[in-house]
Design a protein around this ligand. Structure first.
Ligand SMILES: Cc1cc2nc3c(=O)[nH]c(=O)nc-3n(C[C@H](O)[C@H](O)[C@H](O)COP(=O)(O)O)c2cc1C
Length: 208
């Protein structure tokens, strides 16, 4: 696809917060404008997995993340879960693409059911109805028949289910390399250039 210029990134409370935060970092290193939304459970998981205290207030979160990643002026906008005046809440102004990473089975089920009960679910619903790319990155394993049915329903509605399943064929030497494997797959989906890992069939930089 053409490179997305605006991307909604939703963090939910599934294990795998390093994927979401690395994705945010990569998006902010590019020219993409990022609309960030996160759930309450995502705040708990961010603290548990990354010792990162994501503030409840969007304004404070924006200040913290602007300091952490130093994006371009205005490149990052953070919205609260009930901020219904956010552009992403309406089909008249959706982002070019939306990624839910990490994605809980709860949020996945809510999107599959079209609940739209918070800004994450509504923004995802908008992407589906406007036929724009929606990528969900679940981590759950094993998965139940309910999870599988919800994923199939979403896939049939046009979403991409991209499980956080890193490969090992590039001989990852660190956890960061495993994280980058998944983030690279996501960036490929939305046409954002990266050099996180060499591609299959191409030599790694500096190798023989
Ligand atoms: C440390 C931690 C890890 C979790 N990991 C997962 C997970 O991998 N997948 C999942 O579906 N739920 C996971 N949960 C449970 C969800 O956070 C919980 O169902 C929550 O209500 C989801 O809300 P949200 O979808 O609004 O973020 C985890 C919770 C905690 C505290």
């Amino acid at each position: 696809m053409n490179q997305a210029r605006t991307v909604t990134l939703a963090l939910t409370g599934a294990s795998g917060m390093p994927y979401g935060m690395r994705l945010l970092e990569c998006l902010l290193q590019s020219t993409v404008q990022v609309y960030l939304i996160y759930s309450q459970a995502a705040q708990i998981v961010a603290r548990q997995e990354m010792n990162l205290a994501l503030p409840a207030r969007a304004k404070e979160a924006a200040a913290l993340l602007n300091e952490r990643y130093a994006p371009q002026e205005g490149q990052l906008r953070v919205f609260g879960r009930e901020e219904w005046f956010a552009p992403v809440a309406s089909g008249s102004n959706p982002a070019d693409a939306m990624i839910i990473c990490p994605c809980t089975m709860g949020t996945l089920a809510a999107v599959a059911a079209g609940l739209s009960d918070n800004l994450i679910e509504r923004a995802a619903d908008v992407m589906l109805k406007e036929k724009r790319p929606l990528i969900l990155v679940p981590r759950e394993t094993p998965v139940s028949a309910i999870h599988l049915e919800n994923m199939l329903r979403l896939s049939r509605a046009g979403a991409t289910i991209l499980p956080a399943n890193p490969g090992f064929y590039h001989h990852p030497a660190s956890v960061d390399a495993l994280v980058d494997f998944v983030v690279a797959r996501i960036l490929d989906q939305i046409g954002v250039a990266h050099s996180l890992m060499s591609r299959w069939g191409e030599q790694a930089a500096g190798s023989d």
